[in-house]
Design a protein around this ligand. Structure first.
Ligand SMILES: N[C@@H](CCC[C@H](N)C(=O)O)C(=O)O
Length: 329
């Protein structure tokens, strides 16, 4: 029998599959087919998810395992910040280590267990890097320059400024009013830039942020390969960097930034090492369900024999979210 986990970071939902535990590993086409099936809100399990996180062995120095991120539409993402926290917890529990690295598509990233954000809410810090503003690495085109940092882009919206950052997955960010944040512009732009278009040929994650206070943001994201999510970890990290760069009076490098999102709240810390940037993303790593399923069924993405058991952890997470709401009142 194979075991899957349903997990979330800021209610950005995933299934974790550990390939090392299977008699025969799933092939890449089998992983993609399973992802499309299991994450589907109606045909999948547990109302679906935003993607599948595939864990495997790593032979890289200091890495306890590798993580592959498959979006719900079957596309591969180079990174996933909320997902990496849950993978960090999984590997930490498996190998009884609290500080280590995880191999991702582009780089080996440092992760460590942190003090709990609230009682019974396991919390991890993960490194978000490498960072690039370069049009070739995002990639983008037809936006009038080799970088897009706090610049107008009339093709996207009048009177808004945009910043494009790869961390290394691509993000387009705009700081907006509460009115624009809650309008349908984010959905329209997210859809437009994630179908064939001349600006972002590989698509892009689009985030709108509202500045709440000094070192405090609210961020909403339309994700490439997914659509609206409760939270996007790399999006909140890239937005925190844009906050420090574009609003130096209101945001501080090296200090904790609170990033609220529709799924809860995370902390970020943006580091500036002679203009080489990296970000710490700190937040929950919650396991909501354990799923048992025959190995053979996974290979052919059949889910009807899956047995599901709730862990009870979601109650602690929801208490944390309620505490946040009470602080707002
Ligand atoms: N939700 C993730 C990002 C997932 C990948 C994204 N959809 C992409 O294609 O780049 C996060 O928490 O970072």
């Amino acid at each position: 029998m194979a075991q899957l986990l349903k997990v979330h970071g800021s209610q950005n939902q995933f299934f974790i599959l550990d390939q090392t535990k299977l008699k025969t590993k799933l092939t890449q086409p089998e992983l993609v087919a399973l992802t499309k099936q299991i994450t589907d809100p109606t045909k999948g399990l547990l109302d679906g998810a935003d993607g599948v996180l595939v864990i495997d062995h790593s032979d890289h120095p200091g890495a306890l395992g590798s993580m592959e991120v498959i979006n719900t539409d079957g596309s591969i993402a180079s990174m996933c910040g909320n997902g990496l926290r849950t993978v960090a917890r999984y590997l930490s529990d498996k190998y009884q280590q609290d500080t280590f690295k995880v191999e991702t598509l582009d780089s080996d990233l440092s992760v460590h267990r942190e003090a709990e954000l609230a009682a019974g809410v396991p919390t991890f810090s993960v490194e978000i890097s490498p960072v690039s503003f370069d049009k070739a690495s995002l990639p983008f085109d037809h936006l009038g320059g080799d970088t897009l940092i706090d610049k107008e882009a009339p093709a996207f919206a009048q009177e808004l400024k945009f910043t494009a950052i790869a961390v290394p997955n691509p993000h387009l960010i705009s700081f907006v009013s509460s009115e624009v944040l809650h309008s349908n512009l984010l959905g329209r732009l997210g859809k437009q830039l994630n179908q064939p278009n001349q600006y972002f040929p590989d698509g892009v994650n689009v985030s709108f942020a509202q500045i709440l206070d000094h070192n405090q943001l609210f961020v909403r994201t339309y994700e490439r390969g997914v659509g609206f999510t409760n939270a996007c970890g790399t999006g909140m990290s890239a937005t925190s960097l844009a906050f420090c760069l574009n609003y130096p009076q209101t945001a501080d490098f090296e200090k904790p930034i609170s990033v609220y999102n529709p799924g809860g709240m995370v902390k970020t810390r943006v580091h500036d090492d002679n203009r080489t940037y990296h970000i710490d993303l700190i937040g929950n790593a919650t396991f909501t369900h354990q799923i048992t399923i025959p190995d053979a069924d996974l290979h052919v993405h059949q889910l009807h024999r899956a047995k599901i058991k709730a862990t009870g952890e979601q109650r602690n997470y929801l208490n944390f979210v309620n505490q946040l709401k009470q602080q707002e009142v």
